[in-house]
Structures are given as structure tokens and as C-alpha cells.
Design a protein around this ligand. Structure first.
Ligand code: ASP
Length: 306
């Protein structure tokens, strides 16, 4: 009888998991960096932090870290969160002047009794931990904002085709899973707006017994369906990562009257067996996957084939 079958233990499943990294969008270098850390025996937590730092430092990327597009008042504000294999979580929201917010989020998780710090408090905390203040608005992003200001159309822009928020999940040699997510949020957002990326269960969720998931795209829609948490819970119930990502996208697009034509959401997921999944509303969502020693950028399957 089913009830009498021994429960699969974590120890019995990790054997089949190779060091693995999966991250949203075309994030070759970030994933390669995380994989290199794993190869040296680093924890999944160190790997995702170091991988995300690559994108935060990449000034050409206009949606993460330095060079991120500002809010409509011209301020670059960053959001990030991190989760380890023990279920610990740390996040910072709406932080100005600090590039490596993923590392600040880790400090919140490890060095404070809290899980979230916001705005000025988060910035002051970062400085107290030795992070340097710097201007995050690059010339290119300033120019883009100045161009946007001419019309000042308040219509948050979702980057359907290119590179965006980085959400990253890694499985280390011990089979432990951690995740991280970092972003400058929606371009030209209202000052103070925060999306899904730094919110537990929204932009990121990890349960080391089951797997992890991360999101990119219109954070408001991810939050309303608690997307990453939903995916992990679906995997707990036996869905594959791919099935779970597809159901989570379904929760968004199948809402009565939902006009999903003008926004994108993409999910990635990994389970304890090292199986991965990805799904988005529209075409052009891609993800990087490092598995069996190879790092590939892969186009995700998507819902809107119309
Ligand atoms: N999810 C991010 C946010 O809503 C933005 C993105 O991924 O493009 O802030």
C-alpha cells in the first residue's frame, strides 16, 4: 500500500543531482561564474550570490544593479533577495547608491534578526557593513530617462525580448539548493514602487526538500499569484518543474478578462532531482542552464502562440 512505502529521504535523492545553475535571461557570464564557484566546492548560496554580482556590476545591463534604468524621478533603486537551503531569507528593497544589493540582502539574512530592510535604512545598513556608496545612474541610463521624460508616459515597460532581472537557482555538490534575485525593477516606475523580485514567494522561493523557483517580468502579476511559492508547492505535490511553471503562468493568463498582451512574466524552476523547467507568457524569454558541465542559453516555451 502507498502509505507503507518508505518516504523518499533527501539523502536518497541528492545522488542524482549534479552541480547545476539556472538563471533567468541570457546570463552566460553570471551562470558561468556561479558554476565555477560550485566546481571549486562552494555552497549553492555562495554560487548564486557571486553569479548575481556579475550582473549587478554589468553597467550595460539596464535592469540590474549599476546602470539600471531609474524610476520616473531619475533615481535608480534596487531590490534583491536571497534564500538558503535552511529556508533563511534576506531582502533589501528600494536601495539607492549601493551596487551589490544581493550581498546586502545576504548580510540582512545572516547578520540581523530581520528579513527585510528598506530604503535609507537598508542603505545605512549596507554602509555600516563596508559597502561603498556610488552613483548608479550611468550616462546611458540617464539619457534613456531623459528621452522618456519628453513624453513621460507612465506605462511601465516590460522587456519582453531581451535581458532583465536576474533570478538564479543553484544546486551544489551536496544537493543543497539556494536562490537569489536582483533587479532595478520596472523602468520609470513610480518612486517607492517595489515589485516581486525581493519578496519571498514572489520573485523567489526555495525549499531544500523540494526545489526552487524564480520569476521575471511584471512583478505585480507575479505577486498577485505568489508565483514562485506556487511553483514550489506544485512540485511538492508531484508536478515536474516544467508542469509547475506552466500552471503558474496559467494562473495569471486565465484570470477572467486578463489582458496579458502587453506584459511578460517568465518563470524558472529546479527540483531536488535536478530537473528544470521554464515557461513564460510570450516568446523571447530565455534562461541560462549549466548542467553536466555545459552552460547554455535556452529559449523558453511560452503560452501565447496566437
Ligand atoms: N520583476 C521585476 C519587477 O517587477 C522586473 C522584471 O523582471 O523585469 O520589479
Amino acid at each position: 500500500m502507498r502509505q507503507n512505502q518508505p518516504k523518499k529521504t533527501v539523502a536518497s535523492t541528492i545522488k542524482s543531482v549534479k552541480p547545476l545553475v539556472i538563471a533567468t535571461w541570457k546570463t552566460d557570464l553570471a551562470v558561468e561564474t556561479a558554476a565555477a564557484y560550485l566546481a571549486k566546492g562552494a555552497s549553492a548560496l555562495d554560487a548564486v550570490e557571486q553569479g548575481c554580482r556579475i550582473e549587478e556590476a554589468n553597467e550595460k545591463g539596464q535592469s540590474v544593479g549599476k546602470g539600471g534604468l531609474p524610476d520616473r524621478d531619475g533615481n535608480v533603486t534596487l531590490d534583491a533577495c536571497i534564500m538558503d537551503e535552511k529556508g533563511n531569507y534576506g531582502a533589501v528593497l528600494g536601495v539607492k547608491n549601493i551596487k551589490h544589493v544581493i550581498s546586502v540582502a545576504r548580510k540582512v539574512m545572516e547578520d540581523t534578526p530581520h528579513v527585510m530592510l528598506v530604503g535609507e535604512g537598508a542603505e545605512q545598513f549596507a554602509v555600516s557593513k563596508g559597502f561603498e556608496r556610488e552613483n548608479l545612474l550611468t550616462e546611458a541610463s540617464k539619457k534613456a530617462w531623459e528621452k522618456w521624460k519628453i513624453k513621460s508616459e507612465y506605462k511601465p515597460i516590460i522587456n519582453i525580448e531581451n535581458h532583465d532581472t536576474i533570478g538564479m537557482l543553484a544546486v551544489d555538490k551536496d544537493g543543497n539548493i539556494s536562490g537569489a534575485c536582483t533587479t532595478s525593477g520596472l523602468a520609470y516606475k513610480l518612486a517607492g514602487r517595489v515589485g516581486d523580485s525581493p519578496i519571498i514567494g514572489g520573485g523567489l522561493f526555495v525549499d531544500n526538500e523540494v526545489g526552487g523557483a524564480s520569476a521575471t517580468g511584471l512583478g505585480e502579476e507575479v505577486l498577485k499569484t505568489v508565483g514562485s511559492f506556487l511553483i514550489v508547492e506544485l512540485m511538492r505535490q508531484g508536478k515536474t518543474p516544467q508542469e509547475a511553471c506552466e500552471i503558474a503562468i496559467g494562473r495569471i493568463v486565465n484570470k477572467p478578462g486578463k489582458d496579458f498582451k502587453n506584459f511578460q512574466v517568465g518563470y524558472i524552476a529546479v527540483n531536488k532531482q535536478g530537473e528544470t523547467g521554464a515557461y513564460s507568457i510570450h516568446q523571447w524569454f530565455s534562461y541560462n542552464l549549466f548542467k553536466n558541465g555545459e552552460n547554455k542559453n535556452i529559449q523558453s516555451n511560452y503560452f501565447n502562440k496566437a
